[in-house]
Design a protein around this ligand. Structure first.
Ligand code: SAM
Ligand code: DTB
Ligand code: SF4
Length: 357
C-alpha cells in the first residue's frame, strides 16, 4: 500500500493498481482519508453552486449512447437554433441572484465552426465574466486557435469530459476517439484555460473502467481544476435508457478516490442527483464533493431544484461557497476528558478563513 498522506497523492504518474488500492480500501478508511485530504485543501462546509445553460439544444451529429441530444436517437429533445445573447445573460443574472458563482454553457456540437455562432459564444462569455461570475463552456472538440479565442474572451474553464476508461469508450461513443478528447484538452491547457473534465458512471462499465477513468484524469499534467462526476441520467430513446441506477456506495468511492488523487480540484457531484437520496448526497460531500449544479434543469433533464438543495445544505449545516475559497478547514474539534476519564464538553476552534479571489 502506498504511503498515507494527509494532503493527497503527490507521486505521479499514478498506476491503475495504485488507484485501485485506494478505491477498494475498506469504506471507513477510504472516506477518512478523503476527508483529511479535503480539509487540507478546502473548507468542507462550502459547496460551490454552478448553473447550466443550454445554448444550442439537440441535433448533435455525434453518437454518444448516453446523450439525449444526439441526432442518432429519438428522445423528444427538440433541435433548437442557437440561443440569443440577451436571453443567456438573463439566465446568468438569475443564476447569480440564486447564489451561483459559475455559469456553464453547453452546445450540442461535435465542434464549433468559426462563424457567427462562435462569435456569439465569445460574446456570452464576455457578458458572464462582466457579471463577476466564472464562465465555463462545453462546445465539443476545439482547435488550438479556437481555444486561444475563448481565452481572450475571458473564459475561466472549458468542460470536456473523458467520460470513461479508454477501453470502454468505444462501447459508448463511435464518432470520435479518446485521443481526440485528449487533444482538445491539450489545446485548452496550452491556451491557459482551466480544465473541467470528468465522466459518467452507471453506463454499464466495470469498476476497473471507473478506476481507469480516474487514473487518466489524475495523470493529466496538471490534473483538471474541476472534475464533474455524473451518474447516468437514463433517457428514453437512448441505448442506455434501461440502465439500473449506480450503487450509491460506488458513487461515494468514485468521489473519495477523485478527492484523494486530485486534492486541489473541485469535485462536482454533477448529473443524476434526482435518483440519489439526501443521505447518499451527504456521504458524497463527506467524501470530498464540493460543487453542484443547481436549478430545476441540467441541460435537458431534471435536477433537484434550488429549494431542495438549500434545505439539504441547511440540514447539514453547510453553505453555498460565496466566492472562490482556497482555505483548509477551520474546524478542529477538541474533546477534553475530565479527571474521571469522561468526555467533557466538545469545543470547536475556529481558525480564520483566508479568502482568495
Ligand atoms: N457536445 C459537447 C461534448 O460532448 O463535449 C458538450 C455537451 S455534453 C452534453 C457534456 C457532457 O454531459 C458529456 O460529456 C457527458 O459527460 C454529460 N452527459 C450527457 N448526457 C448525460 C446523461 N444522460 N447522463 C449523465 N451525463 C450526461
Ligand atoms: C457535465 O459533466 N455534466 C453537465 C455538464 N458537464 C455540461 C451536463 C449533464 C447533462 C445531463 C443530461 C442532460 O440534462 O441533457
Ligand atoms: Fe451529446 Fe456532446 Fe455527444 Fe453531442 S458530442 S451527442 S452533445 S455528449
Amino acid at each position: 500500500m502506498m504511503n498515507f498522506s494527509e494532503s493527497g497523492v503527490v507521486a505521479r504518474p499514478l498506476t491503475r493498481e495504485q488507484v485501485r488500492e485506494i478505491y477498494e480500501l475498506p469504506f471507513p478508511d477510504l472516506v477518512f482519508w478523503a476527508m483529511r485530504v479535503h480539509r487540507a485543501h478546502h473548507n468542507p462546509r462550502y459547496i460551490q453552486h454552478c448553473t447550466l445553460g443550454n445554448i444550442k439544444a439537440g441535433g448533435c451529429p455525434e453518437d454518444c449512447a448516453y446523450c439525449p441530444q444526439s441526432a442518432h436517437y429519438k428522445t423528444g429533445v427538440r433541435n433548437e437554433p442557437m440561443a440569443d445573447v440577451a436571453m443567456v445573460i438573463e439566465q446568468a443574472r438569475a443564476a447569480k441572484a440564486a447564489g451561483s458563482t459559475r455559469f456553464c454553457m453547453g452546445a450540442a456540437w461535435r465542434n464549433p465552426r468559426n462563424d457567427e455562432e462562435f462569435e456569439r459564444v465569445l460574446e456570452m462569455i464576455r457578458a458572464v465574466r462582466a457579471l463577476g461570475m466564472e464562465a465555463c463552456v462545453t462546445l465539443g472538440m476545439l482547435t488550438a486557435d479556437q481555444a486561444r479565442r475563448l481565452k481572450d474572451a475571458g473564459l475561466t474553464a472549458y468542460n470536456h469530459n473523458l467520460d470513461t476508461s479508454p477501453e470502454f469508450y468505444p462501447e459508448i461513443i463511435s464518432t470520435h476517439t479518446y485521443e481526440e478528447r485528449l487533444e482538445t484538452l491539450r489545446h485548452v491547457r496550452a491556451a491557459g484555460i482551466e480544465i473541467c473534465s470528468g465522466g459518467i458512471i452507471g453506463m454499464g462499465e466495470s469498476r476497473a473502467d471507473r478506476i481507469g477513468l480516474l487514473c487518466e484524469l489524475a495523470n493529466l499534467d496538471p490534473y483538471p481544476e474541476s472534475v464533474p462526476i455524473n451518474a447516468l441520467v437514463p433517457v428514453e430513446g437512448t441505448p442506455l435508457a434501461g440502465q439500473p441506477p449506480i450503487d450509491a456506495i460506488e458513487m461515494v468511492r468514485t468521489i473519495a478516490t477523485a478527492r484523494i488523487i486530485m486534492p486541489r480540484a473541485r469535485v462536482r457531484l454533477a448529473a443524476g442527483r434526482t435518483r440519489m437520496t439526501d443521505e447518499a448526497q451527504a456521504l458524497c460531500f463527506l467524501a470530498g464533493a464540493n460543487s453542484l449544479f443547481t436549478g430545476e434543469k441540467l441541460l435537458t433533464t431534471p435536477n433537484p431544484g434550488l429549494s431542495h438543495d438549500e434545505q439539504l445544505l441547511a440540514t447539514l449545516g453547510m453553505e453555498k461557497e460565496p466566492e472562490r475559497v482556497a482555505a483548509p478547514s477551520p474546524f478542529v474539534p477538541l474533546v477534553e476528558l475530565d479527571h474521571n476519564g469522561h468526555h467533557g464538553e466538545a469545543r470547536a476552534v475556529e481558525a480564520r478563513h483566508t479568502h482568495q479571489p
